[in-house]
Design a protein around this ligand. Structure first.
Ligand SMILES: NC(=O)c1ccc[n+]([C@@H]2O[C@H](COP(=O)([O-])OP(=O)(O)OC[C@H]3O[C@@H](n4cnc5c(N)ncnc54)[C@H](O)[C@@H]3O)[C@@H](O)[C@H]2O)c1
Ligand SMILES: [Zn+2]
Ligand SMILES: [Zn+2]
Length: 327
């Protein structure tokens, strides 16, 4: 079959690779009908999340069940399903509480309670490096889906692929950003990053009753899209008066909720890049710093942007990995 294979930093190609096969009784093989590229894939491509051997990428996909193992009871051959990006056992301490990304049983090599850098992660993810279980992903014609009684959901008739595909990752991620931020009617919400996750967070903020939604991004075409599809106010991240303008738009207080939908690969100027080299850091947590400026006193900062390493010795990677500071 054909698949998008990561070889090394900056090197992904569509190759012929062996078809996946059933390995465990509760596996299915899915014929992929639609898949997407996530901002998180860029972290592998750019070398922020390391991967030393070839791997099929892709954690956002849906398709038709081609084959089901003997232990699969929830779906059958021919069913059309959408698959979330986390691989979860459904039974462990975390799965029982709905924290599927922290599953204790699907990343045997690298699962660890402490979230140590490059050693201990949460549960397995599709197509997301050996640190997250080494599973091949769905940017491929076929993909093996383990734990098929837990993740895959049957799609009701009448829905097009594009009406469903975003349920794999970016819609729930944008929704979680807003839920973790406890957005409520009347809130002013500023959302850094207007990529797919930012766009979904903007929609989720409106759905949850926000009074004003402000999108921030350095790329004008992304801000234009945010205005067109979500009717939000926009500010360019490169604007020298960015924070002042956010205060002006939020009655002088700052935003009730500030959301980071950017992560460690935020755009940086030459000084910020030089500082990272001196500190031996990859990327930056400048968007979290911007959130602290943009949010009002006693406000809430909600972070869904990915952080994979510490900055100024502050263990943001561990806080990210362990899903900390929320209730
Ligand atoms: N927590 C999760 O489960 C989860 C799931 C999906 C994505 N993510 C993460 O969410 C983030 C966004 O994902 P995406 O798919 O939208 O990525 P993306 O790369 O398409 O979008 C990121 C956007 O941030 C903008 N940006 C850069 N610097 C900025 C700054 N200083 N201020 C404001 N905006 C800035 C970029 O121009 C870009 O438009 C990534 O870090 C991704 O890894 C997390
Ligand atoms: Zn993703
Ligand atoms: Zn589990």
């Amino acid at each position: 079959m054909k698949a998008a294979v990561f070889h090394k930093v900056g090197d992904i190609s569509v190759d012929n690779v062996p078809d996946p096969v059933i390995e465990d009784a509760d596996d299915i093989i899915l014929k992929v009908t639609s898949t997407a590229i996530c901002g998180s894939d860029l972290h592998i491509y750019d070398g922020f999340v390391p991967q030393l051997r070839d791997q099929v990428l892709g954690h956002e996909f849906m398709g038709i069940v081609e084959e089901a193992g003997p232990g699969v009871t929830k779906v059958k051959k021919g069913d059309r399903v959408v698959v979330p990006f986390t691989i979860a056992c459904g039974q462990c301490f975390y799965c029982q509480q709905g924290f599927h990304a922290n599953c204790m049983h699907t990343n045997p090599e690298h699962y660890g309670p402490r979230g140590d850098l490059l050693k201990e992660k949460g549960g397995g993810l599709f197509g997301y490096t050996d640190l997250y279980g080494g599973y091949n992903g769905g940017q491929a014609e076929y993909v093996r889906v383990p734990k098929a009684n837990v993740g895959p959901k049957i799609i009701p008739d009448g829905l097009e692929d594009e009406q469903v595909l975003f349920l794999t990752d970016i819609f729930p991620t944008g929704w979680s950003a807003v839920k973790w931020g406890k957005v409520k009617p009347g809130d002013h919400v500023v959302i850094f990053g207007s990529g797919p996750v930012g766009l979904m967070a903007q929609k989720a903020a409106w759905i949850n009753g926000a009074e004003r939604v402000i999108a921030v991004d350095p790329l004008e075409y992304r801000l234009e899209k945010a205005r067109r599809v979500n009717n939000v106010d926009t500010l360019n991240a490169d604007d020298d008066d960015l924070i002042e303008k956010i205060y002006e738009m939020t009655e002088g207080r700052g935003a009730d909720v500030a959301i980071d939908a950017v992560g460690m690969e935020a755009k940086r100027n030459i000084l910020e890049r030089a500082k990272a080299v001196i500190n031996v850091e990859k990327g930056t947590m400048k968007v979290i710093e911007l959130c602290t400026e943009a949010v009002r006193r006693s406000g809430i900062i909600s972070v869904v942007g990915v952080y994979a390493s510490p900055y100024d010795n502050f263990p943001i990677h561990r806080i990210f990995d362990k899903f900390l500071i929320k209730d």
